[in-house]
Design a protein around this ligand. Structure first.
Ligand code: MN
Length: 296
């Protein structure tokens, strides 16, 4: 692979380096992929995302500056070899971030969201969640265990006490029958990748469901089509373009108070010329723009 020249450029578009107490955005990595059953590699994502973060200009795609946005990067949090044992310690560290800051977590496989959502539920008791993913991850038991990726949301809801009705799933296209059962029985809103690709009506329906709520977005990069994000544990065809995902996020979160995002399942060893890492960075910077400009 040809390495990128980043001489003279600073991490996170030059926005980082502020103290935790005054930061508008706090970044943390969870370099863990012990729950990935198909292919590993997501543990290397925080390092790669950080390494390439200097290429991002502190300006959003709609030509608005992120100047003044204070970012603090607290580094990586150690989940050890087994998230079933470590999720609460990781959650404690994230929960200590002042609630006024937008939390930005770099996974890890999707089971790192168990810690992230547990922390967010403590920081924001009225939390709603937008789960953007090709898969709902709602199995009680999947592919040999209860703490595998196919169970990530099921475990996260259990340990965080977030009610399923407070979660919207978007971008879905691969389901286990048990998951659909759970979604129907709990009255969850599921908007498929096909519906999102169709027109903006389904994005506005999601916006209605999330209106006025403190919102955390957990973004599994496999929500994007493999053409746009090939470096992931289990690519799923028929997904969103990065363009569709950004437009969806903008519409769906317009009426919410944004409190955090985690981007998971980026797997640098499976990537091609960093396409997937750069897609993750684009999502993060545009989300920061939605947060920053939405506050003003
Ligand atoms: Mn997932």
């Amino acid at each position: 692979m040809t390495e990128m020249h980043l001489d003279g450029l600073k991490p996170w578009g030059g926005l980082a380096g502020n103290p935790l107490g005054t930061a508008d955005v706090v970044v943390a990595g969870i370099p863990y992929d012990g729950s990935a059953v198909y292919r590993k590699g997501a543990a290397l994502a925080p390092m790669r995302i950080r390494a390439l973060s200097p290429v991002m200009p502190p300006v959003t795609e709609d030509a608005r500056s992120l100047d003044g946005l204070k970012v603090h990067d607290m580094g990586d949090l150690d989940a050890g070899p087994d998230i079933e044992r470590s999720w609460s310690q990781v959650a404690d560290q994230l929960a200590a971030v002042p609630p006024s800051a937008l939390l930005t977590v770099l996974g890890g496989d999707h089971c790192t969201a168990i810690s992230t959502l547990a922390a967010q539920a403590r920081r924001h008791p009225d939390l709603a969640v937008l789960w953007v993913d090709a898969h709902p991850d709602l199995n009680d038991f999947s592919r040999g265990g209860r703490w595998t990726c196919g169970c990530a949301m099921r475990r996260a809801l259990e340990v965080s006490s977030i009610g399923p009705a407070r979660v919207v799933i978007a971008g879905g296209r691969d389901y286990d029958p048990e998951e659909l059962e759970f979604i129907r029985a709990r009255g969850m809103l599921l908007v498929s990748a096909s519906e999102l690709a169709g027109d903006s009506g389904s994005a506005r329906m999601v916006a209605d469901a999330l209106d006025g709520k403190s919102l955390h977005v957990t973004f599994d990069i496999d929500a994007l089509d493999p053409a746009f994000a090939p470096g992931t544990e289990i690519p799923s065809s028929g997904g969103l373009s990065t363009r569709q995902a950004l437009d969806f996020l903008r519409i769906a979160t317009a009426g919410s108070k944004l409190v955090g995002i985690d981007v998971v399942e980026v797997s640098p060893p499976l990537d091609h010329q960093d396409i997937t890492t750069l897609a993750a960075l684009k999502l993060i910077f545009e989300f920061w723009g939605m947060f920053w400009h939405g506050k003003r």
